[in-house]
Design a protein around this ligand. Structure first.
Ligand SMILES: [Zn+2]
Ligand SMILES: [Zn+2]
Ligand SMILES: [Zn+2]
Length: 140
């Protein structure tokens, strides 16, 4: 019997355990990026260590990517289907709403390549823009 959540995990070569299915379900249902504490709060019967281990596995396998939005907590968001364990392709802008404090992926807005002087070797680039999300901007 086909199960879309299981298929998503198997496609990324992650064995579908009950906890992994629960965490994936939470991530799919909440389009904004979630912190470890957010995921833990949404799962009633999970301890932080297990959730953390699950998110690390997802990150290592190319299922989620980490978002550092300056709020202090690392957040996690679902990857684009082309991400693999060896390479993430989520070089997009993230948007932090200063009102509802949700962070969203903007997969249609790629991070531009910024040339650096001399011997600097870039390992990671992240671009977070801050302001009002469409929902909050509409309410203002
Ligand atoms: Zn990714
Ligand atoms: Zn907002
Ligand atoms: Zn993202």
């Amino acid at each position: 019997m086909a199960h879309p959540l299981e298929d998503t995990l198997i496609a990324k070569q992650i064995a579908p355990t009950a906890m992994r299915l629960l965490v994936l379900d939470v991530l799919i249902k909440h389009p904004a990026a979630l912190s470890l504490a957010d995921v833990e709060a949404l799962l009633k019967h999970a301890d932080r260590i297990t959730v953390h281990r699950t998110l690390k596995t997802f990150t290592d396998k190319g299922l989620v990517h980490r978002v550092e939005d300056g709020s202090g907590a690392v957040k996690y968001a679902l990857c684009e289907p082309t991400c693999t364990p060896t390479q993430h392709h989520d070089l997009h802008v993230h948007f932090f709403c200063t009102q509802c404090r949700e962070t969203s992926c903007l997969p249609a807005v790629p991070v531009p390549v910024i040339p650096l002087p001399g011997a600097y070797q870039v390992q990671e680039t992240s671009l977070v823009m801050k302001g009002l999300c469409p929902r909050c901007a509409g309410a203002a």
